[in-house]
Design a protein around this ligand. Sequence first.
Ligand SMILES: *Cc1c(COP(=O)(O)O)cnc(C)c1O
Length: 389
Amino acid sequence: MSRSVYLDHSATTPVDHDVLEAMMPYFTSDFGNPNSLHAWGRKARKALDEARNQVAQLINADPTEVIFTGGGSEADNLAIKGIAYARKDRGHHIITSAIEHHAVLDACKWLGKEGFDITILPVDKYGMVRLDELERAIRPDTILVTIQFANNEIGTIEPIEQIGSICRKQGVLFHTDAVQATGHLPIDVKKLPIDLMTMAAHKMYGPKGVGALYVKKGVKIAPLIHGGGQERGLRSGTENTAGIVGFGKAAVLAAKRLANNENENEKRLRDRLIDGILERIDDVILTGHRTERLPFHTSFCFHYIEGESMLLRLDALGIGASSGSACTSGSLEPSHVLLAIGLPHEIAHGSLRLTLGKDTSDEDIDYVLENLPKVVESLRAMSPLGKRG
Ligand SMILES: *Cc1c(COP(=O)(O)O)cnc(C)c1O
């Protein structure tokens, strides 16, 4: 009997039913441009203001500190290039880590070509940024440190409080890409030493193409998109009202789940899946940290086989998984994250990521634990990569 088990929530999540319902009027009856002064415009503006409050509340920010963008990648670019352009008179040095999302790494590399000096910090075997390396890397001309809150490929949660404290002590701004963490871990930007933080709605049951950048009061950034001056001049363009309303609703629902400790159940299922796979299958390693890990995230490397072939077999069984990140799969190079945690190429090629969602059930986990060992065994039996049977 085949089921349909989506376990790729790190790539994207479905839009929650209540989120969709909240969005719908802003496509039709309440379609006004929020910048218009008439009743239609005012109604849309009111909805935008409320959504800004809702997203701000999720992370304990002030609403004026939330800039809506067209997604996580855009917010990362706005943070990094925005700080680089605004602070280039103070210095040209930016620090990041080897396991960032490409939206961060490639924005930094782009700035590298424009004359900025980029330091890419190594990580340990769990994907943790080494704090002593960070301290050593900071220089008088360092203007920004950008290190993710939690990794999308291996689930590791970085020591954000310590990283931020080191930056504060040195007077360097700290940006964190929190796309995987927002709505899934409690985040309080008043308690954590964070200056800029990236969020994306579609990784937390909101719509795609909507994100936000938290910019701490007093932090000056330059815009990337010039025009009508929306979003305090930092992101011009008529606002995506429906999408932003959806993000707001998703934030409210996420806050509720966090308050109800619903991620404890997600964690229990995560651990069932991790333990079940490690028990049932030989020559497999868990990638990332065992406990400092996103509550919905599991990732592995299976020896002797290719992640891609596992993924196709699982797909045929109705299981949606991924190998490495969605952006890197399809290329022959193994993921930069798996190489950075020290895995050799041949092992990194056997990577499989299974990321749970709020509606994942025990039966879903049973189904994977029943079928994955068979898939692995069958692929290994015909593997040219070494061990057979
Ligand atoms: C998904 C993701 C992004 C990109 O967000 P988009 O909204 O898809 O542009 C950035 N960083 C991380 C860690 C992500 O997981």
